[in-house]
Design a binder for this molecule. Structure first.
Ligand SMILES: O=C(O)C(=O)C[C@H](O)[C@H](O)CO
Ligand SMILES: [Mg+2]
Length: 403
């Protein structure tokens, strides 16, 4: 038995904020878990330090399922992003410890590799269609088999997914939320031309993806999906906010463009009806925000019954610890679809040395025992927390909208 001897939360900001849980056992093993919830980081840090860590000390680190149930059922207050991110951090750290105890990379404990590597999609974006396609060509040259396209919308000063930098994008950009202006009409006019020109320039042997970022009504989403059909997108992501899941029936009636939803889901209960009614094609729930590997495996197993594949969220606010966990998970499950890969900066990678790697459009978690991820605590301490918020959106008349 390995007993949990200590656990602590490390908050660091190497370019952006990350919250990491480190668990140590009485037989000298350590495990890492990501607990980052963009823009609400300290709520999870407090949840862990004040309410979870005291319950962990002295418990058997190998009883992962039991500890998961203990934290989930035991809180009485179930679900929600803060709770499920905190549980995820514990779960990831315990799987890391189990892998290290076994001397095996985690994917071996999850059933072994089901494929050579995990196909990832990169983010091509630009202020104009031409700039976006130019970026996409660079991704293609690097071997990417799947590329997300987001272009600036003529008439809007800023839009989701478009960065000033070719490869790095950080939307949580200010210590109070910046306010952007949104026009659905302007946006809808701009997407089909982007995909048409992208197919001309990139050909048909690369998957093209697009994130709507929760901004449309169901009927608008149906129209966009239909307009994109000739260009065969891999998926249209978050076409509408997913609180109203009936909306997806309406979207489905109008388009065969595949739909990906779920990056803000935190439990199987958020995803169950969409999956069972086959209203989506890809489930984007992630290790860090959906209760860890233990819970995400349950979601993936349900999805597999309905031919829904995974397409886990992987923006830069999901730390390298989550990326490592996501790759072990993606390599092992039968119904992996694609993994988002928004590269971390060199500053972030230096704080989190890792065994995962990219080659030929695929990522592999590596064969180091456990998750294959470390944290350089001395370096982490040199990057103190900096409050940062995601933006908010307003329509042109000032109405608050979905960002
Ligand atoms: O990567 C994506 O698909 C996103 O939608 C990124 C989100 O805006 C980001 O992770 C919010 O923190
Ligand atoms: Mg998204």
């Amino acid at each position: 038995m390995s007993r949990i001897a200590s656990a602590r939360v490390i908050v660091t900001s190497p370019g952006r904020n990350f919250v990491t849980l480190k668990i140590e056992t009485d037989d000298g093993l350590t495990g890492l878990g990501d607990a980052t919830l963009n823009g609400r980081e300290l709520a999870v840090a407090s949840y862990l330090s004040d309410h979870v860590i005291p319950c962990l000390i002295g418990r058997d680190a190998h009883r992962i399922e039991d500890l998961w149930q203990y934290l989930y059922r035991g809180a009485y207050w179930r679900r929600g992003p803060v709770t499920m991110t905190a549980i995820a951090a514990v779960d990831m750290a315990l799987w890391d410890i189990k892998g290290k105890a076994a001397g095996l990379p985690l994917y071996q404990l999850l059933g072994g590799a089901s494929r050579e590597g995990c196909m990832v999609y990169g983010h091509a974006n630009g202020a104009t269609i031409e700039e976006t396609i130019d970026n996409a060509l660079h991704y293609k040259e690097q071997g990417y088999r799947a590329i997300r396209l987001q272009a600036g919308v003529p008439g809007l000063a800023t839009t989701y997914g478009v960065s000033k930098d070719r490869y790095f994008y950080e939307p949580a950009d200010a210590d109070l939320p910046t306010e952007a202006v949104w026009s659905t009409e302007k946006y809808l006019r701009s997407v089909a031309p982007l995909f048409e020109k992208a197919r001309d320039a990139l050909g048909w042997d690369v998957h093209l993806l697009h994130d709507v970022h929760h901004r449309l009504t169901p009927i608008e989403a149906g129209r966009l999906g239909r307009d994109l059909e000739p260009f065969r997108p891999f998926w249209m992501e978050d076409p509408t906010p997913a609180e109203n899941q009936e909306a997806f029936r309406l979207i489905r009636q109008h388009t065969t463009t595949p739909i990906a939803v779920g990056e803000i889901f935190n439990s199987i209960w958020d995803a169950k009806d969409l999956i069972q009614n086959q209203l989506i094609d890809y489930i984007r729930a992630t290790v860090v925000h959906a209760g860890g590997l233990t819970h995400l495996r349950r979601i993936a197993a349900l999805a597999d019954l309905y031919q829904v594949r995974t397409g886990c969220h992987g923006a830069t606010d999901l730390s390298p610890v989550t990326m490592a966990a996501a790759l072990h998970f993606g390599l092992s499950i039968p119904n992996f679809g694609v993994q988002e890969y928004m590269r971390h900066t060199a500053e972030t990678d230096a704080v989190f040395p890792h065994a995962y790697s990219f080659a030929g459009g695929l990522m592999h978690p590596g064969d180091a025992p456990g998750l294959g991820i470390e944290i350089d605590e001395a370096l982490a301490a040199k990057h103190p927390y900096k409050r940062a918020y995601l933006p908010v959106n307003r329509l042109e008349d000032g109405t608050l909208w979905n960002w």
